[in-house]
Structure formats: structure tokens, C-alpha cells
Write a protein that binds this ligand. Structure first.
Ligand SMILES: *[C@@H]1O[C@H](CO)[C@@H](O)[C@H](O)[C@H]1NC(C)=O
Ligand SMILES: *[C@@H]1O[C@H](CO)[C@@H](O)[C@H](O)[C@H]1NC(C)=O
Ligand SMILES: [Cu+2]
Length: 237
């Protein structure tokens, strides 16, 4: 009985232990809390893959009042996530959240701040999922071990201009039925200087993700041997 109560409490703690993107770093330089970011009203996940909240989280269709960071082509961007407005004293994203980490980029039609990210505009530039099936180590375990951080190098062949960068952590601990998968999304506004002339493949978010995707509705506690994240292949520049 006592064990049952404790595990029920543990489950409740996992369910409530949500998180948001709070910082980006540009080539190792911390830009400051909530700077260059579209900040959602709370740390709850998005669970409806057809919602425009899937683009840049709740209230994320515009970045009015949000600074846009100028970054050099080929910059190394580090995203940093936390459960609450504190960097220490708790797991960054809570160990119960298991799943992939992905990053997408979309070129703004005019300014990044006014761009809503709708349509077939997103290019996947990073994806990490089930890293080790034997130990069941997920990309999220690495993010937790790194104090909430993961990094991506922006392909230097992308043209100069203003972009939204969209990082996503999908927590799959209750994903065996839909809706269940939890989408944690953070969007940063950047202005790439330098760059090239690549025209990468693109998908729509929402649009490309389906409730039936094997990376979205999945029982991860069933000795999973491999995992396919939604959204297709990474474009490496
Ligand atoms: C990007 O920056 C992070 C944090 O400073 C660092 O750990 C990582 O090695 C860098 N990646 C590359 C490819 O330079
Ligand atoms: C974007 O960067 C370019 C340099 O490539 C600069 O001239 C321009 O002012 C920047 N725009 C914004 C909005 O920061
Ligand atoms: Cu949570």
C-alpha cells in the first residue's frame, strides 16, 4: 500500500514536472534569460499535433517585443531548458521525460519577430532519439545530464537573413495512446549574417506530424529496439 502511494506520487510528480526553453547561447555566450525567445504563458506541453501551438508553443505565432539575435553563419547555438525559473536545485527537465530532441529552422518572409512560421517552411537540422536501446538511454537523458542544454551548429550554407529556430523535446512517458506525447517547444529569433545560398527541404509544423506517427504514439516501456522521430530526415547543409 505504502509502495503504491509512493509510486502514485512519483507519477504525479513526473506529470507535473514540465519545462520551457529559457536561454540560448551563441558560440558559447549566454544571451540571458528569455532573451530572443518567444516565451509561452506556462511550462505545460502541447499535445495536439494539429494545433498552431505546435509551431512555437502557446502564444508563439508572433514575437512582437522579442529581440532578434544577430548570429554569424555556422554559429553553434545552445538551447537551455528548465522546469522553473532556476538553473539549479532540480533536474533541468525532470528525469521522467524520455524522448527525442530535435531542432528546425525557418526563414522569415520579412522579420523574424513578425513571422508566424505557418506553411511549408521548416527544415530539420538536428535530431537525437533513442541513443542506446540496451540501456534505454534517450536524448533527454543527455539534456538532463548537461543541465538542460543541447547544441546545434547552424548550417553555414543557409542564406543570410532572419529566421525562427525551433527546438523541440518530445516526452513519451505517456505516449502509448494519443493524445499522450508531450511536445515542449521553444522558438528563438535570429538574424544570420554571412551564409550561403542553399535551398533546403521543408515541412509544415503543424502539418507534417500525425497522431499515428510511430514516433508520436508509442509505448517506450516495451523493450523498444529503435525509434523513428517524426518530421523526416535531418538536412545537414
Ligand atoms: C557547441 O557549444 C557547446 C557548448 O559550448 C559545446 O559543448 C559543443 O561542443 C559545441 N559544438 C561544436 C560542434 O562546436
Ligand atoms: C541582420 O544582420 C545584418 C548583417 O548581416 C545587419 O546589417 C542587420 O542590421 C541585421 N538586422 C537586424 C534586424 O538585426
Ligand atoms: Cu512534464
Amino acid at each position: 500500500m505504502k509502495a503504491a502511494i509512493i509510486s502514485a506520487l512519483a507519477l504525479a510528480a513526473v506529470a507535473n514536472a514540465h519545462f520551457t526553453m529559457q536561454y540560448i547561447w551563441v558560440n558559447g555566450a549566454d544571451q540571458g534569460q528569455n532573451t530572443d525567445l518567444r516565451v509561452p504563458p506556462n511550462n505545460n506541453p502541447v499535445t495536439d499535433v494539429t494545433s498552431t501551438d505546435l509551431t512555437c508553443n502557446v502564444n508563439g505565432l508572433s514575437g512582437a517585443g522579442v529581440n532578434t539575435a544577430t548570429i554569424p553563419a555556422g554559429a553553434n547555438i545552445t538551447f537551455e531548458w528548465h522546469q522553473h525559473a532556476q538553473r539549479t536545485g532540480e533536474d533541468a527537465i525532470s528525469g521522467g521525460h524520455k524522448g527525442p530532441v530535435q531542432v528546425y529552422i525557418a526563414k522569415a518572409s520579412s522579420t523574424a519577430a513578425s513571422f508566424n512560421g505557418q506553411g511549408t517552411v521548416w527544415t530539420k537540422i538536428y535530431s537525437s532519439g533513442l541513443i542506446n536501446p540496451t540501456s534505454q538511454q534517450w536524448a533527454t537523458d543527455i539534456v538532463n545530464a548537461n543541465g538542460g542544454k543541447h547544441s546545434v551548429v547552424i548550417p553555414s550554407s543557409l542564406p543570410a537573413g532572419q529566421y525562427l529556430l525551433r527546438a523541440e523535446i518530445i516526452a513519451l512517458h505517456v505516449a502509448q495512446s494519443y493524445p499522450g506525447a508531450q511536445f515542449y517547444i521553444g522558438c528563438a529569433q535570429v538574424n544570420i549574417s554571412g551564409g550561403g545560398s542553399a535551398n533546403p527541404p521543408k515541412i509544415a509544423i503543424p502539418g507534417a506530424y500525425k497522431s499515428s506517427d510511430p514516433g508520436i504514439t508509442v509505448n517506450i516501456y516495451n523493450n523498444l529496439k529503435s525509434y523513428t522521430a517524426p518530421g523526416g530526415a535531418v538536412w545537414s547543409g
